[in-house]
Design a protein around this ligand. Structure first.
Ligand code: ZN
Length: 501
């Protein structure tokens, strides 16, 4: 092995070990840790974070990384590792540790203020903090931006490299042109499936049994993963043989846990399929936020909201809840899980309207960072965008501009990656459907046929390639949002029988 790389490996091992420790503590915080643990644990985390920073930002490691950028005798994975670290360093070098600390203190304070202000529906208390976060983000972005980049581009690239304002303007214009009128037609059709059965009482113990079975059915390997519970479901991983998901049980909602479990399993399979030679390296994880979301959303929506998926397993669900589902047949169930309802809360939104929620946030973020629209005008901007895209307006800021934690936490640029994920999923699915008979695989319960294809065309690259490169390799085409709008248009025209009207 290249001697310099061998030397760097010591630092990489330390980095991986510290990251593992931090991941475990975060997992514990969200699942089992007692309430009072938070403060002291936060102190330990602070020390680990500092250790993580110095594991790479130290004279020898920096020298090695710069040296290795010039060297040829590295494997493809090693080259990708060096590239990733060099990028990290470049960013770290532009922001002083003092500014970094000030920023992280600000966002943690602002999140605390947000949490309380949200409960009390008190935007005025939160606004000054948000203003500071916007301000600091603009300053940081001004320091970090490359030639030709606009301020908001820097935030966008943090989550999805290659997808800046220019690309996203095209993407969202396409969505606006097709999805907004499609939603209007659905609303005007006056057709809505009956979903009363969803809200009957479903014993949590039985839900747990079904969800555990369901995750395994999808390919979740219980020898390499565990399923916990948390308020907000999420996926995390230490490496490819320790992948953890959570779900959340609501005794009065049958679908909530089921679709959370499916969504997180989509994320988990990605991490379980990362090759051994990549795991525990800086490229040993999913390629990007958007690509990760494409895997969870494909599983949740394109696969698990299809009739074919439920054909072999709806009986199993009915067996678990014979009384509650006695009067529900498969067709009724499938219509119910695909119900379109324009509403106010992003995390509860359906497949079709989800991207419209994101579009509101994209427009608003862009205005904050690019056009210096004052934070005081954000609620009215938010409400008018909801009116325009979804036809609904929140009565209070709690259900409006204050519903998500992202902006309080300084995570500008994150939202668009959710919408991109859906669109990546549609493009990948389209290609996969040319090579596999997906409905037949689903009817036969052969989910592995699908996950093997994803492993071979997406998961195998880890983060050695960008999302754009993976799309090109997997589908032979660069990003094309029309697969997504076409998929949604066809599916919902059919489900709501719009062509007959
Ligand atoms: Zn997700």
């Amino acid at each position: 092995m290249n001697q310099h790389y061998e030397r760097l490996q010591t630092y990489l091992d330390k980095r991986a070990a510290l990251l593992s420790a931090m991941t475990l503590m975060e997992w514990d915080n969200e699942t089992l840790a007692p309430v009072k643990a938070a403060e002291k644990t936060a102190r330990c985390m602070g020390i680990l974070t500092e250790g993580l920073y110095h594991s790479i930002v130290n004279a020898e490691a920096i020298g090695l990384i710069h040296q290795l950028q010039e060297e040829e005798d590295l494997t493809e994975i090693q080259k990708a590792v060096v590239r990733t670290l060099a990028k990290e360093l470049e960013k770290l070098e532009k922001i002083s540790p003092k500014d970094e600390r000030a920023y992280s203190e600000l966002v943690s304070r602002s999140q605390m203020v947000w949490q309380k202000a949200k409960v009390e529906d008190d935007y005025d208390t939160f606004a000054p903090y948000l203003e500071q976060v916007v301000d600091m983000t603009r300053k940081r972005n001004a320091c970090c931006r490359k030639e030709g980049q606009r301020l908001y581009d820097v935030s966008l690239y943090e989550y999805e490299e290659g997808f800046g304002i220019q690309e996203l303007d095209v993407f969202f214009a396409e969505l606006k042109k097709t999805i907004v009128p499609l939603l209007k037609r659905i609303q005007e059709s006056g057709v809505q499936p009956n979903t009363d059965f969803v809200y009957r009482t479903y014993e949590v113990e039985k839900q747990k049994q079904f969800n555990l079975w369901l995750a395994e059915y999808l390919g979740f390997d219980l020898e390499k993963g565990v399923i916990g519970e948390s308020e907000h479901p999420f996926t995390t991983n230490l490496h490819n043989e320790d992948v953890r998901i959570t779900t959340h049980y609501d005794p009065n909602n049958l679908l909530s846990a089921i679709f959370s479990t499916i969504h997180e399993t989509g994320h988990a399979l990605y991490e379980m399929h990362i090759p051994d030679e990549m795991t525990l390296t800086p490229v040993g994880s999913g390629a990007s936020c958007g690509m990760h979301e494409s895997q969870s959303r494909m599983m949740e929506n394109m696969i698990a909201r299809s009739r074919a998926f439920w054909e072999p397993i709806f009986g199993k669900l009915k067996e678990c809840f014979p009384d509650q589902l006695e009067d529900v047949d498969l067709d009724q169930f499938v219509r119910a899980i695909n119900r379109v309802q324009a509403d106010l809360i992003r995390t509860e939104s359906d497949e079709l309207t989800y991207c419209l929620h994101i579009m509101v946030r994209y427009e608003a973020e862009k205005k904050l960072l690019e056009e210096s629209v004052p934070v005081s005008e954000l609620p009215s901007l938010w409400n008018s965008l909801y009116q325009e895209y979804l036809g609904v307006v929140p009565e209070c800021n709690r259900d409006g501009v204050m519903q998500d934690v992202h902006w309080a936490g300084g995570m500008f640029g994150y939202f668009p990656s959710y919408a991109l994920g859906n669109a990546f999923a549609a493009q990948l699915y389209h290609k996969m459907a040319q090579e596999l008979d997906i409905p037949q695989l689903l009817r036969d319960g052969q989910i592995s046929g699908i996950s093997d294809w994803l492993a071979e065309h997406v998961h195998c690259y880890g983060a050695t390639k960008t999302a754009g490169e993976i799309l090109q390799l997997a589908t032979g085409e660069s990003f094309n949002p029309q697969y997504y709008t076409r998929y949604l248009t066809e599916k919902y025209t059919r489900l709501y029988r719009l062509e007959e009207k």
